[in-house]
Design a binder for this molecule. Sequence first.
Ligand SMILES: [Zn+2]
Length: 525
Amino acid sequence: MRGMTHLAVAVAVAELFSGNVQADPLDSHPAVVRAKSAVKTLATQAKATVDDDFQVRDVILDNDGREHVRMDRFYKGLRVIGGDVVVHNEKSGMTRAMSHTMAAPLALETAATLDADDAHAYAEALFGRQMNGRTKSSLVIYARGARPVLAYEVYVEGTAPDKTPMEMHYIIDAHSLQLLDKWDDVHTAATQGTGKALTEGTVTLTTDSQSTGGFALRDPSRGSHYVTNMKNRTSGNGTLFTDSDNVWGNFSTTDTATVAVDAQYGQNKTWDYYKNVHGRNGIANDGRGAFSRVHYSRNYVNAFWSDSCFCMTYGDGDGTTYLPLVALDVAGHEMTHGVTSRSANLTYSGESGGLNEATSDIFGTMVEFYANNSASSPNYLIGERIFKASYQQANPTKALRYMFKPSLDGKSPDCYSSSLGSLDVHYSSGVANHFFYLLAEGAVVPTGFSLTKNDLVCNGNTGLTGIGRDAAAKIWYRALTVYMTSNTNYAGARTATLKAATDLYGSGSANYNAVNAAWAAVSVQ
Ligand SMILES: [Zn+2]
C-alpha cells in the first residue's frame, strides 16, 4: 500500500520499570480506544482476562484506513514480558486480527515467595564485576517460556573488561530463584568489532553555525543529530565537535574530527533512508535526532547503540588490524537497534535476539545501498570496511558477517534448526540475513566468492529468484513495525513477513510466493 501515518508515542522506551502505568496523550486517539476495547470484547483472541490491562506503545495508520495499535500487557498490574499485542483494525474500525505470542490467558498468583533482595544478590553474583549505580528490580510476569512465571526483572549496570558498557537484565523466578533469561541492552555491532575505513571520501555535511562564531557538528535538517568527542574516556557524553572554517577532518586519523565526519555521514544516510523509503521520521519517529560519540576508550574494537542515552558510540579500533569502527553499514546497523526497540522491541536473547540482530544487518546493508557511495560500494557483507588497508589487501573477502552465506564467518549457521536460539544473537541472526538475501537476490553467487548456487540454499532450490532489495526491505520493515512482537521467533517472522507481503502485494502474488520460497530455502517452515 502507498504510505501510512505513524503516530509517535511519547513514552520512555527502555521501560524496564514501567510498574507505574502512566496516562499517555495517545490514549484518547480513536484507534487506541478501539484497540483497547477490542482486547476486552475479543478477550479470547487476545488471550486476556479481566486481570489484563494494556498500555499503548505505537500506532500505525495505513492510508487505506487500516489501523495497527501496539500495546504492552499488564497482568494484575505487573508488566508481562512477551505479552505485547498488536491489534489490527479494518477501516470500518472492525478488528481483523491480533499479533501476539501468548499461548493461553494468564492465570497465576502474583505473590512472590522470595524477596527482591534475594534476586538482587543472585543477579549481582551472576554479573560478577564492578557495578555502576544501584541494582533495581520489578516484579513481572515472564511469558516467554513454556509456562508463564512470576519473576523479578533485575537490572544491573556496569562495564565489561573491554570497556563496553553493560546494561544487564536478569529474569529470575520469584519462587525458585532460577535464572530464566538474561540480555544486555547495549547492542554492540559484533562480538569482535565493527567500524569502517575512512573511505567515504569527500562528503557534504549540514552543520550548525553558532552565535559565538564558528560551526558545530550538529545537523538541524536531521533532528539536530550531533557528534561528540569522548577523548578516550568511557563515561559522560563527550564534547561537541566545533570548527572555525566548516571544513572537518583530513581523511586521516591524525585529525580527531575525521571519524566524526564518518559518524555524522552514517547518521545522515540512515536518517534519509528511513525517511525517504519508509516514511519514518527519525529512530523514534518523532523527528528527533540522536547523537554519536566517537573516540570512545582506547583501542576499543566495537561500536554500540544504547537505548538509555539514545546514542551511538564508536571505538577507534586497535591500530593494527582494525580501523576506527565508523563504517556506514555499522552506523545503519546501530541506529536500527533504536528503530527495533521502538517497534517490535525484539528481546535480545534466543531466536528473537537473532531476529533483532538480523534486522540491524538488513537495514545497515540497505543504508549502504541507499547511499551508493562510489568510495565504498554497497554489498551484502557486514563490516567489511573496519579493517586497515594492509589487512584488507591480505584478506580481500574478510567481513564480520556474510548475508548470502552466513557460515563464511565460521560461526553462523546457514539453515534453521531448533537449536538456533541457543547461539549468540550475532550468529543466530544469520538465518534471517540469509532469508533476506535470497528474497532480494535469489540464488545468485556474489562476485569474488567461489560458491555454487547449491551452496546458497538449504533445500536444493537453485532456481530461486529474487524480488529485488527494495521490495524485500519493504516487507521486512512492515513485518517489524506492524506484526512482530517482543517474543517473535523464526516461525513468527515467517508469518509476519507473509502478512506484510499480503498487505503490500496481495496474497498469492509473486512477491508473497517468493517470501514463502525464501524461508523454505533456509529451512524455516
Ligand atoms: Zn547489533
